[in-house]
Design a protein. Structure first.
Length: 379
């Protein structure tokens, strides 16, 4: 066979070049067009033309592109499912501090998470998505979410059968109802990003980041905040401060239903009592202070003084942060468990999955976080 036209030869890649894959790989690498152009010896305008489809790279540039972006040459081939996502419509937990290139990188990451989930779903049946108002390829409740965030939180608790008491874990409930939750591998671009989520792909995805993993209570509130975005803001553009406030209200009500938490709140400011409630309900003391102020138990000035006092107590017993490493039920497991089941049922290997995705094996291993909702082989 002529090696120039073999399935993954540079010429074959050029003949079936997918410009969207080039954009995805560049954004994942956190590179500008200028950065990539300098790496492969062309102009930024040329890279722009490759990404818009106005022209294709020469065959001799394919290995350089692959090397610069850390992907196999087959990554650029047409034909694989591509979950295209616009970063402007993903919800970010710290929208003001998230720059455009970080949004693009995060969107490309979510695309790959969906592609991995899609590849696994060919062999393993993941839980159905159960969210009010969500439609698409998944079974859904058909129930429209209430417009009020607190009402929406209560409605979701009822839909998921969670009652009105403390939730021992939240990530497990999200995964059990079809939401893919993943941890973003830490790097310099994720430092200012708390979390992000999208329901614009066939399966909703929530990404939690390293700067929330040091405190399980803030981490749980962040997960509930992103769940609020999925329920309340799936069809709207992100970046609205009002949306962030609504997601906070949703998270507070979802984790600490007002009618349940109100009788337990101290009638006067008592940080030690709030620490006890933090342990029971699994929420930050800051959130409980907000609850106290919201229901009129403490004044705005008292809440402000309490927040200042909290800063001086962060290293004290009861107030110190607890990393999620000590809380395995809050660590995402859905994709890893799906892979394990596929291995046992079909003989899938990490290498075969990487070949199907046209990713480096290291990338598959990175996204298949090693932890442990009900899965069944596809008949």
């Amino acid at each position: 066979m002529d090696r120039r036209n073999s399935p993954q030869s540079p010429q074959a890649v050029v003949d079936a070049f997918d410009q969207g894959r080039l954009t995805q790989a560049r954004q994942l690498a956190g590179m500008t067009k200028k950065d990539l152009a300098e790496r492969i010896g062309v102009t930024p305008a040329a890279v722009g033309q490759y990404e818009t489809g106005m022209s294709r790279p020469r065959p001799d540039l394919v290995p350089r592109l692959a090397d610069a972006l850390g992907v196999p040459p087959a990554f650029f081939l047409l034909g694989r499912p591509h979950g295209r996502l616009d970063g402007s419509i993903s919800h970010f937990g710290s929208p003001r501090s998230t720059r455009a290139y970080q949004r693009a990188k995060a969107a490309a990451f979510v695309e790959q998470v969906w592609e991995l989930a899609h590849a696994l779903e060919r062999q393993v049946r993941l839980p159905h998505v159960v969210l009010p108002g969500l439609s698409g390829d998944e079974v859904h409740s058909g129930v429209e979410p209430p417009g009020d965030p607190a009402q929406a939180a209560r409605a979701l608790r009822r839909l998921w059968g969670l009652g009105t008491g403390p939730l021992p874990h939240i990530v497990r409930h999200m995964e059990a109802h079809g939401i893919v939750v993943v941890l973003l591998p830490p790097d310099e671009d994720s430092v200012t990003v708390d979390a992000f989520s999208t329901s614009r792909l066939p399966r909703p995805i929530v990404v939690l980041t390293a700067n929330r993993c040091d405190d399980v209570h803030r981490y749980r509130f962040t997960a509930a905040h992103e769940l609020g975005h999925l329920v309340l803001h799936g069809d709207t553009a992100s970046g609205d401060v009002r949306q962030e406030r609504e997601a906070d209200v949703f998270a507070a009500e979802f984790l600490t239903p007002r009618d349940s938490i109100l009788p337990e709140l101290p009638v006067r400011l008592d940080l030690r009592r709030l620490v006890e409630l933090k342990r029971t309900w699994g929420v930050p003391v800051d959130s409980l202070l907000y609850r106290c102020r919201e229901v009129g138990l403490i004044s705005d000035s008292a809440a402000s003084r309490a927040h200042q006092r909290l800063k001086t107590l962060r290293d004290q017993p009861g107030f110190a942060a607890e990393p999620i490493s000590g809380h395995p039920d809050e660590q995402p497991v859905l994709l890893h468990r799906a892979f394990e089941l596929a291995v046992s049922q079909t003989g899938l290997t990490m290498e075969l999955l990487a070949t199907q995705l046209a990713w480096p094996v290291s990338r598959v291993r990175e996204l298949l976080d090693d932890r442990r909702p009900a899965l069944r082989p596809v008949p």
